[in-house]
Design a protein around this ligand. Structure first.
Ligand SMILES: Nc1ncnc2c1ncn2[C@@H]1O[C@H](COP(=O)(O)OP(=O)(O)OP(=O)(O)O)[C@@H](O)[C@H]1O
Length: 303
């Protein structure tokens, strides 16, 4: 079932971190939660889970978290991979979660197996690498076999195999009809995992909906053309009001705007201009993200 967040709002002293945020997270798909640093993703997730006080209401399949007798059986969350006692073994850590969830102690070994940590079950979690801590945090979230997963940067620190494993793992969960909200800075990861996205900027929703619609909305179609007669081709584009375009390399033009390859091919054919390459290029999620959030980015470095 869906997660429904309504009018979430949180101000810290001097910073309005989340402003009147309302959204739904649909079941059976992964919803990516995106936004620049400081845009309010973690605060939103904490508000949803009643881990910070603030305005608004979140329901999971119609129920607020404080109405659930055993929240761990309904909602699993990964918020801080370092939230474990470093002197405790992974198995002992998870047995505490199992007890809190009303699950048998043997569930600890099941989830260790699920996240690929069986070999480290007896080791102190303080010895774990960041990637291992992420797996342990995910194991803790899974102890109660929850229907809803709220995951704040779970891919952080995972190696490429770990990232692929996480993707397959989440897809398997959503195929079962579960509901996943996933924040990540790894846009390539979101592009391959999420079906829908919610994009935040300065505590407000910039856009939300299908990932492919988001990329389409904020992307520019580009056509790359290479020709030994690139100057003539540039003149023809100008004469026919096609563009804008920029030179790339010694013989190429990158054309943007409302343009497609057929149009450019026809134009070149009409003027008898030889082409060595004609290809189209759609923007990536990264380009769409930068475009969508450009006006809301608080922290910008210099190159
Ligand atoms: N405990 C706090 N006290 C004061 N300000 C806070 C606190 N927690 C968050 N903030 C502020 O709220 C805003 C949103 O922070 P938040 O951590 O939710 O953003 P985020 O999108 O998760 O960022 P990041 O991508 O860097 O993790 C920021 O301006 C941050 O400084």
């Amino acid at each position: 079932m869906a997660i429904s967040a309504r009018h979430l709002d949180k101000a810290f002293s001097g910073v309005h971190a989340v402003r009147d945020l309302s959204f739904d997270v649909r079941p059976g798909i992964v919803t990516g939660f995106l936004g620049p640093n400081g845009s309010g993703k973690s605060t939103t997730m904490r508000l949803m889970l009643h881990l910070v006080r603030g305005g608004g209401v979140t329901t999971f399949g119609g129920q607020r978290i404080d109405q659930l007798r055993r929240p761990l059986r309904t909602i699993g969350a990964v918020l801080d991979p370092a939230a474990h006692n470093p002197h405790r073994s992974a198995r002992a850590h998870l047995r505490i979660f199992a007890a809190a969830a009303g699950m048998p102690a043997s569930r600890a070994d099941e989830v260790l197996d699920l996240v690929g940590l069986t070999h480290a079950a007896s080791r102190s979690s303080g010895e774990f690498s960041l990637g291992m801590q992420q797996r342990l945090a995910l194991a803790a979230a899974l102890v109660g076999d929850p229907e809803y997963l709220i995951l704040d940067e779970p891919a952080n620190g995972l190696d490429p195999q770990g990232i692929r494993w996480l993707r397959d793992f989440l897809t398997a969960r959503t195929d079962e009809g579960r509901t996943v909200l996933l924040s990540s800075h790894q846009l390539a990861e979101i592009a391959q995992t999420a079906d829908e996205v919610i994009v935040l900027g300065r505590g407000e929703i910039v856009t939300q909906g299908l990932l492919r619609d988001f990329v389409d909305q904020f992307s520019h179609q580009q056509v790359l053309v290479r020709s030994p007669a690139v100057d003539r081709l540039a003149g023809c584009l100008k004469a026919n009001d096609i563009g804008p375009f920029t030179a790339t390399g010694t013989d190429g033009l990158l054309i943007t705007g409302d343009v497609n390859t057929a149009q450019i091919g026809d134009l070149a054919g009409h003027y008898g201009i030889t082409l060595h390459e004609l290809s189209s290029h759609s923007s990536s999620l990264e380009e769409a993200f930068l475009e969508a959030t450009a006006a809301t980015t608080d922290y910008q470095g210099t190159a």
